[in-house]
Write a protein of this length. Structure first.
Length: 209
C-alpha cells in the first residue's frame, strides 16, 4: 500500500478509474440508465465539473490564503524554491483546472438544455427576464467565464513575466516584474472575491428553484 500511495500518478489514475466505475455501477447497474441517455451524461459531466472545479478553486485559494500572504515571511535565499518550483507547478494545475471547469460547465449546460437560456440570463426563454433559476445560473456562468478570462489572459501572462517561467522573459527588469506580479495578484484576489457569489449562484440555482 505504501508503494501505491507513494506514487501520485498511480493514486490519481486509480482514483479516476474507481470514480468512473462507481458512476457506471450506480447509473447503469442500479439506475438502469444506459450509456446513451441524457441522465448518464449529466451525471458524468456534473461529476467531472465538480472535480476539476475543486482543482481550480482549490489552487486559487492556495495562492490567496497560503502562498501570497506567507511569501514575505520566507528568507530571500529560500524564495526561489517557491517561485521557481512550486508556483509554476501550481499555476499549471490552476489554469488547466480553470479551462476544464469552463468546458465541462458549458457541456453540462448544453446537456441540460439551458446553455443559451443561462447565457442570456433567462431572456431567451422569457423576454421579461422573470425566470429566477435561469437568471441565477446565468450569473454564476458569467462570473465563471470572467474568472476564466482573468486566469488565462491576465493572471497567467503576468505570472510568466513576474516569475520568468520557462525563461520566457529573461531580460525583463525588476520594476516590470514587480508590476506584473502585482497585476497578477490583484486579479487573483478579484477571482477570490468573485468565487463566492459564483458558487452561491451555481449551488442556489440547483437547490432554490
Amino acid at each position: 500500500m505504501a508503494v501505491f500511495l507513494s506514487n501520485l500518478r498511480f493514486v490519481a489514475w486509480t482514483a479516476l478509474a474507481v470514480g468512473v466505475l462507481f458512476l457506471i455501477y450506480f447509473a447503469v447497474g442500479v439506475g438502469s440508465w444506459d450509456f446513451g441517455t441524457q441522465v448518464f451524461w449529466e451525471a458524468l459531466l456534473r461529476w467531472s465539473h465538480v472535480l476539476v472545479g475543486i482543482m481550480w478553486i482549490g489552487h486559487l485559494y492556495y495562492f490567496n490564503f497560503t502562498q501570497i500572504p506567507n511569501m514575505p515571511k520566507i528568507p530571500d535565499e529560500q524564495k526561489p524554491a517557491v517561485t521557481k518550483v512550486i508556483a509554476p507547478a501550481a499555476l499549471y494545475w490552476f489554469r488547466w483546472g480553470a479551462m476544464a471547469t469552463l468546458i465541462t460547465g458549458l457541456l453540462l449546460a448544453w446537456n441540460q438544455n439551458y446553455l443559451f437560456q443561462a447565457l442570456t440570463l433567462g431572456g431567451a426563454s422569457d423576454p421579461s427576464f422573470a425566470a429566477p433559476k435561469e437568471i441565477l445560473i446565468g450569473i454564476g456562468m458569467w462570473l465563471a467565464i470572467i474568472m476564466w478570462f482573468n486566469v488565462w489572459f491576465i493572471i497567467w501572462p503576468n505570472q510568466q513575466k513576474a516569475l520568468n517561467i520557462n525563461n520566457k522573459y529573461p531580460d525583463l527588469d525588476a520594476a516590470a516584474k514587480a508590476a506584473a506580479g502585482k497585476t497578477a495578484m490583484l486579479f487573483s484576489r478579484t477571482n477570490t472575491f468573485l468565487s463566492v457569489p459564483m458558487l452561491v449562484a451555481m449551488t442556489g440555482a440547483s437547490t432554490l428553484f
